[in-house]
Design a protein around this ligand. Structure first.
Ligand code: G6P
Length: 369
């Protein structure tokens, strides 16, 4: 087992550290930034149809559902096609309005999650086209899909999903870009810029991973908190949800992820000097708004841990702890800002003495309803 973990203490840590490579693998053979081209073999024949879709419904569970939420923001912006993101378990049981002309994207690491599988089975029977974004090659969801793209993150052993998530983001971004260029809803310049941004992500992830030691210190400082709040806006809102999920899964600390602006409709009542609040506050089009949300937390004495863009001059003066990640376009920034979320949860779980690779009550793949 020690050999399988490649010198790391846990599979989870190994998989977090694999991400520069796994993201690269998910882009390999598809993205050619130098020549400004993008090829996704598995959807080649469907790109035209996708560009004409009236709406896209993303169906998933857990961490994959969070990747779907990021994709909603990406695809709506790039393709100007309405996107809905559904929990597979809710979608399948409520007799959803779905049929010919609808495109469903099923996102699943394992490709075996029962709720996701049954949800797409019934949507397919009703005439929807199914695209699969799966990690496990030949899995049930991949086989049932009409088309799709594998994430190529390699086997994920840690129950808490990490590298599968960033690979999903990479592939969903590629799909959005492909559809946008076919549809003509993106300028050549923006397309090329995003290809370059994607191309640079693996290297930037490697830079974020160098903060591991610093994040471990932050983990030690806050590990005894009873609750955590995670906040973000826009592309970083799903990252906040994912940060809270990671913490719950492996450290058993209650954590809530929320859109930063929505906190004043409830969670702000929880804020006092004992509550650590993790802000995903990288420099994007929501930045100014997030800064005022940080002020609202500080005014109530909450402890602020902020993930920010390198060189930010404002938030360091307001936060208790900062984690700086490289600058990136907001569309691809979640692949960077989620890394500190994964490491923070990992270190808190380990410091509390829990088996982070096999958290209690959780399964790697949920093949029952
Ligand atoms: C389980 C796993 C999660 C995963 C979710 C969806 O709950 O513990 O890590 O995100 O299932 O799994 P899938 O394989 O469909 O992505």
């Amino acid at each position: 087992a020690a050999i399988e973990k490649g010198g790391y203490d846990h599979f989870m840590l190994k998989e977090i550290f694999e991400q520069p490579q796994t993201i690269f693998d998910s882009l390999r053979g598809r993205l050619d930034a130098k020549n400004g081209t993008l090829t996704i073999g598995g959807i080649r024949e469907h790109a035209e149809m996708l560009s004409k879709a009236k709406r896209i419904i993303i169906v998933a569970c857990g961490t994959s559902w969070h990747a779907g939420l990021v994709a909603e923001y990406m695809i709506e912006e790039l393709c100007r096609i309405p996107v809905e993101v559904e929990y597979a378990s809710e979608f399948r049981y409520r007799n959803p309005v779905v049929g010919p002309g609808d495109v469903i994207i099923a996102v699943s690491q394992s490709g075996e999650t029962a709720d996701t599988l049954v949800a797409i089975e019934s949507a397919k029977e009703k005439g929807a086209i199914i695209l699969g974004v799966c990690n496990v090659v030949g899995s049930s969801i991949a086989r049932l899909s009409d088309a799709g793209a594998y994430t190529h993150a390699g086997p994920e052993i840690g129950v808490a999903s990490t590298k599968a998530f960033t690979a999903q983001l990479a592939v969903l971004c590629l799909i959005g870009l492909k559809v946008a260029i076919v549809k003509g809803s993106i300028t050549k310049q923006r397309f090329q810029h995003l290809l370059d941004e994607l191309d640079n992500i693996p290297e930037k992830v490697a830079t974020v991973l160098k903060l591991n030691g610093r994040i471990k210190e932050i983990a030690a400082k806050y590990k005894d908190a009873r609750d955590f709040l995670y906040l973000g806006r826009g592309y970083n809102f799903p990252v906040a949800l994912e940060g809270a999920l990671k913490l719950k899964e492996i450290s058993y600390i209650h954590a809530e992820g929320y859109p930063a602006a929505e906190m004043k409709h409830g969670p702000i009542a929880l804020v006092d000097e004992n509550l650590p609040v993790v802000f995903v506050a990288t420099h994007d089009s929501y930045y100014e708004k997030v800064v005022s949300n940080i002020q609202e937390i500080r005014a109530r004495k909450g402890k602020v841990i902020a993930v920010i863009t390198e060189g930010d001059q404002v938030i360091p003066g307001m936060a208790d702890d900062i984690i700086e990640v490289p600058e990136a376009d907001e569309l691809v920034a979640p692949m960077l800002s989620v890394i500190p979320m994964q490491l923070l949860a990992y270190h808190i779980g380990v410091l509390k003495g829990f088996d982070v690779d096999k958290p209690r009550n959780l399964a790697k793949s949920v093949t029952v309803e």
